[in-house]
Design a protein around this ligand. Sequence first.
Ligand code: MG
Length: 164
Amino acid sequence: MTIPYRIGLGHDTHRLGNGGPLRIGGINVPAEIHSIGHSDADVLLHAITDALLGAITAPDIGRLFSDTAEENRGRDSADFLIEAVRRVRAAGFEIGNLDCVILAQQPKFASHIDTMRARIAEIMDISVDDVGLKAKTGEGVDAVGHAEAIAARCVVLIHRSAVA
Ligand code: MG
């Protein structure tokens, strides 16, 4: 018998440019840097989207939403996440919980973590208690530590929906 749970893993990286704000977790965080990308370049929502798609072995975000398509230029990444959640539920699953890490040398995220958690929960239509999020610096080394890039990772657990 197939177990009623599946897990998914998502990872994303974006280059950074000078000047804020930083779009991440569905909100604009005051910062002196911004994330560079074709859409709104929200690295965290991209990682969560890929974790969900991975859990149902769907094509990844880059295959579903082309980074050369005009319709995706500057697009709110909440749209990608909403589609991933729709696919998870259409496949007969409900979201258990997710846990995420932002990897960035700057800015300080502590005062924005709960705002991002609330926005992610809202987009996904789940409880904020099911959204784990923390931020780590790159300790001054590698592309993250040198503030050349920002990255995010997410793991998600989904479970089969109760049959009425
Ligand atoms: Mg991305």
